[in-house]
Design a protein around this ligand. Structure first.
Ligand code: SF4
Length: 320
């Protein structure tokens, strides 16, 4: 497990924010630069399923719309220039975010990752992928960068521990595959930072189910967690389901409560990398809360303060 820091969790924000890890590792914030490296997804191209997850904005997957994807290094240079001008940023992480970023032969992955890590001031990278798209050979490649001293993270979309929910949103993988991916990663990529993504408020889930997924995520022992709310993006299968009135999205107050519940259930050593999903994109159909992410983070800390609680206060103890 990567470097972890214990702080006084009784102080605001009452949890371990991921930015603190970045400052500790690099002495300053490291800005994540999102890359579209031209990958596809086995849940879209038919190798696992078609149509993709019902919440996935995969309209932009069409070859016509993606023909303008430029080289990874060009995308990174553009991102660097933007953040330099706007925030005076000096250090960056290459974030392979779009679609499934381990879904290619190892030779192709190596060329893309090498290119990203060769860009000046890129101090590490984060690779977003599906738990069923990883194997020993790919992990050994990813581990080789971490062993050489780079900050390297892998982010798996766990989303829920409930297979009936995964089926309903067409994830096309089981929770058992997430458990296996975490174990394989710890075995073959021990120096790689492991992040799990959860989504609160998926169709058909109640509070008890969300709490069960949070506890299961904690049991798996990630280095960091991204806790999103379920949001409905235009022109997706989920948008059509929502228009038919087949499920309701979370209110802001419900999400703030669930995010605080998540923080209480995560052991103190886990970095909280994200506590809310997309709120400002014009393509988001629901929920539309009309508040900034910064305000939501402040509300979550205020909720923890009101409860007199903090990260790990309700963490279960698991046998190792
Ligand atoms: S696994 Fe990711 S990229 Fe693939 S369909 Fe689901 S959300 Fe989209």
């Amino acid at each position: 497990m990567q470097l972890l820091e214990q702080t006084d969790l009784a102080q605001p924000p009452y949890y371990q924010p991921f930015g603190r890890l970045m400052k500790r590792l690099f002495g300053e914030p490291a800005y994540k630069l999102t890359i579209d490296a031209g990958f596809t997804c086995p849940n879209i191209d038919g190798s696992k399923a078609t149509g993709g997850c019902t919440f996935c904005d995969n309209v932009s997957f069409s070859p016509a719309l993606r023909s303008g994807v430029t080289r990874v290094s060009e995308q990174l240079e553009r991102g660097k220039a933007f953040y330099r001008e706007r925030f005076g940023a000096g250090k960056f992480l290459a974030y392979f975010q779009t679609f499934t970023n381990t879904y290619a032969p190892v030779k192709k992955l190596k060329a893309l990752y090498d290119e990203a890590l060769g860009v000046p001031d890129v101090v590490g990278m984060s690779i977003g992928t599906r738990p069923d798209c990883i194997d020993r050979e790919k992990l050994e490649l990813i581990q080789s960068y971490a062993r050489a001293g780079r900050y390297i993270a892998i982010e798996y979309g766990m989303q829920t521990m409930h297979d009936e929910t995964a089926y309903r949103v067409n994830r096309a993988h089981t929770h058992a595959e997430t458990v296996a991916a975490v174990a394989l990663t710890r075995r073959h990529a021990p120096d790689v930072h492991l992040c799990l993504h959860l989504i609160a408020g998926l169709p058909g889930e109640n509070e008890a189910m969300i709490h069960a997924s949070i506890n299961e995520c904690a049991r798996l022992g990630p280095d960091s967690v991204k806790f999103h709310h379920c949001y409905v993006y235009e022109n997706t299968a989920m948008a059509r389901e929502f228009e038919r009135g087949e499920f309701e999205v979370l209110t802001l107050e419900q999400h703030v409560k669930l995010a605080a519940d998540c923080i209480e259930r995560m052991p103190p050593g886990v970095w909280m990398q994200r506590l809310v999903g997309e709120v400002s994109d014009s393509g988001v159909v629901a929920p539309v809360w009309g508040v900034s992410k910064m305000k939501i983070y402040a509300m979550i800390s205020a909720e923890l303060k009101r409860r007199g609680t903090y990260q790990g206060a309700k963490a279960l103890r698991f046998a190792v």
